[in-house]
Write a protein that binds this ligand. Structure first.
Ligand code: SF4
Ligand code: SF4
Length: 230
């Protein structure tokens, strides 16, 4: 029979609309359905199991997994320069920090405090994406419990993790970002000492990568003309 597409059958306002279809005899006795269900269950019994007895059995996620964000500790210090990009990019405004300058080297900035409200965090990974220092990364930690709202605010003590413990994620990021940006991104260990842009007194623009690295060395070797810390 030619279907009338202008008049949909599944239209409850249509008088000809039937809410239930007619069941065949075999469907009415339910037995074939029950046997089919039992057969399906029986087949599953002999398949490999994917369930775990959590929390007794812990799952170790792969490097691609986005667990709770942590700060990278590099040689006993945070890599973070408190630029605020992560806080700016964080959709639920979970990150807060206060920048300070290192008294030993006024060129260096670090977060006086750095907090992530884990009740707000949605594990999106945007903080990791935008961080120019590879200072905040998503860890494998998914086992997070709080007893109060205050407990859910993670400070530097709980956020800092040595880079050695984050090796897998850092390696993964290197590969992932390089694929995106054509071998451009690579976290440079020696570049972890930062320079303030206004120390480039020559105001060079349009430098090649080699020139930029030269300029960077020159900037790092220059003493700061002022100390902005109070
Ligand atoms: S993972 Fe997303 S929500 Fe969580 S702190 Fe980072 S940017 Fe904010
Ligand atoms: S984006 Fe990176 S360097 Fe900047 S404040 Fe966040 S963690 Fe620190």
């Amino acid at each position: 029979m030619q279907k009338n597409l202008d008049k949909p059958v599944a239209n409850a306002l249509n008088e000809a609309f039937q809410r239930e279809r007619k069941l065949s005899f075999m469907e009415k006795i339910y037995l074939p359905g029950i046997v089919k269900g039992l057969w399906h269950t029986l087949k599953q019994i002999f398949r490999p199991r994917f369930t775990m007895n959590y929390p007794e059995e812990k799952w170790t996620p792969p490097a691609i997994f986005r667990g709770r964000p942590v700060l990278v500790e590099d040689n006993g210090k945070e890599r973070c320069v408190a630029c605020g990009l992560c806080a700016r990019a964080c959709p639920p405004l979970a990150i807060s920090m206060q920048a300070n300058e290192d008294s030993d080297d006024p060129k260096e900035r670090y977060p006086n405090f750095f907090e992530i409200n884990m009740l707000r965090c949605i594990y999106c990974g945007y903080c990791e994406e935008v961080c120019p220092e590879e200072a905040i990364v998503m860890s494998k930690d998914y086992d997070i419990v709080f007893e109060s709202r205050e407990d859910a605010i993670y400070d530097k003590d709980r956020l800092l993790v040595p880079k050695e413990d984050l090796k897998e994620r850092l390696d993964f990021l290197k590969e992932y970002k390089n694929n995106q940006f054509g071998q451009f991104w690579d976290f440079q260990e020696e570049n972890n000492i930062h320079s303030v842009r206004d120390r480039d007194t020559d105001w060079n623009v349009g430098l090649s990568l080699v020139d930029m690295l030269e300029q960077q060395k020159k900037n790092d070797a220059t003493k700061a003309s002022s100390n902005w810390s109070v």
